[in-house]
Write a protein that binds this ligand. Structure first.
Ligand code: ACO
Length: 323
């Protein structure tokens, strides 16, 4: 059977780093409050010349280099983002053009923080369906552009960045020992749409709008939703938490990550945490965390890796990959 195997990974971060202490004086907050409640210590913020397209392009080029491939080898680009360069065309098409790629096809996918998990699942189906052989899956965001910088309850939480992987069709036997995407479970429930949203858009206000969030409400639902979808993925694959080598969760809040891992019985040393360095980069958070854990030698070929995310919508999901 066809399996979608990870062939390369890459990441890109804006030049400017903003520390928690940099918010003191802007809004009523402190390094201590932010670090204690969220685990965040710093985030990267895009400069005027850095966009979702430019960061996505840089991450894509890094992933292609890592894979030993060029844009001519790619059939499809799936970009997960909620902060596109323009309302249309899709920023994926802009990245395609920046890469000098004039064949194949490209589209954006919008599932807020769950975007990368949705995009990997989508790319896997295109590969297994025979419509593409190699897919660039990118998560790229510039949430700094939709933050209300006067709202201390949200502006301290998010950052900008991009991560990418190349998925390639490979041969598998259907067993859990296969390399590639092994199982996935996706969920959404629009009943929660007002708990985390942007208060603008082309069809309503005609403006871009700002991010609004009932943080306590999001927190209340997060752990239950995350653990449900992961348990569904475990059942699908016929594995338990003990079989995992690495857990790479969406990096929104260290307390949510710790509580989810504990409830699932995933050992602390298997959890990849980068929220301290990047803040919440929405669809970029999982591929950025992956890139860190691959670069520092933790995630190796053959490891069983669980990706998970939850975000606005609400949307949530998990993907199990043998690296
Ligand atoms: N600095 C200082 N005080 C603050 C700040 C701040 N930056 N922000 C809020 N406060 C205050 C509040 O006003 C409140 O004050 P009050 O008690 O006088 O009313 C107090 O701190 C406590 O506020 P809570 O909201 O109850 O704080 P909580 O412990 O819940 O932490 C947080 C807030 C960090 C937002 C938490 O609720 C959280 O992480 N929620 C989940 C958010 C999340 O993960 N979002 C991303 C989802 S993914 C996506 O799709 C984008």
């Amino acid at each position: 059977m066809i399996r979608s195997v990870v062939r390369g990974t890459g990441a890109a971060l804006p030049r400017r780093i903003m520390k928690n202490a940099d918010f003191e004086g802007m809004v009523e907050t402190s390094d201590e409050w932010i670090a204690q409640r969220t685990g965040i210590r710093q985030r990267h913020i895009a400069g005027d010349d850095e966009t979702t397209a430019s960061l996505g392009e840089a991450a894509a080029r890094a992933a292609l280099d890592d894979a030993g491939l060029t844009p001519s080898d790619i059939d499809l680009i799936v970009l997960a983002t909620s902060t596109p360069n323009n309302t249309f065309p899709a920023t994926a098409v802009e990245i395609q053009n920046r890469l000098g790629m004039h064949h194949g096809f490209a589209f954006d996918l919008q599932a807020v923080c769950s975007g990368f998990v949705y995009a990997v699942t989508t790319a896997d189906l295109y590969i297994r369906g025979g419509l593409a052989r190699r897919v660039l899956v990118i998560g790229s965001e510039t949430f700094s552009r939709i933050l209300d910088w006067n709202d201390r309850s949200t502006c301290v939480l998010f950052g900008d960045g991009a991560g990418a992987i190349v998925l390639e069709a490979g041969e598998g036997t259907g067993a859990i020992a296969d390399r590639g995407v092994l199982a996935a479970s996706l969920r959404s429930d629009g009943a929660h749409k007002d708990k985390l949203f942007v208060d603008g858009g082309p069809s309503t206000t005609g403006t871009v709008g700002h991010l609004r969030m009932e943080g306590r409400e999001v927190f209340k639902h997060a752990v239950g939703m995350i653990t449900d979808v992961i348990e569904a993925t475990f059942t699908q694959a016929g594995i338990s938490a003990d079989d995992l080598d690495w857990f790479v969760p969406h990096q929104a809040n260290k307390r949510i990550i710790d509580a989810s891992a504990k409830k699932l019985g995933i050992a602390e040393q298997k959890v990849v945490v980068t929220v301290d360095m990047h803040g919440n980069t929405s669809a970029a958070s999982v591929p950025l965390a992956l890139s860190v854990a691959i670069t520092d030698g933790r995630i190796k070929k053959g490891d069983l890796v669980l990706l998970e995310a939850m975000g606005g919508g609400f949307t949530w999901g998990a993907v199990l990959v043998r690296w």
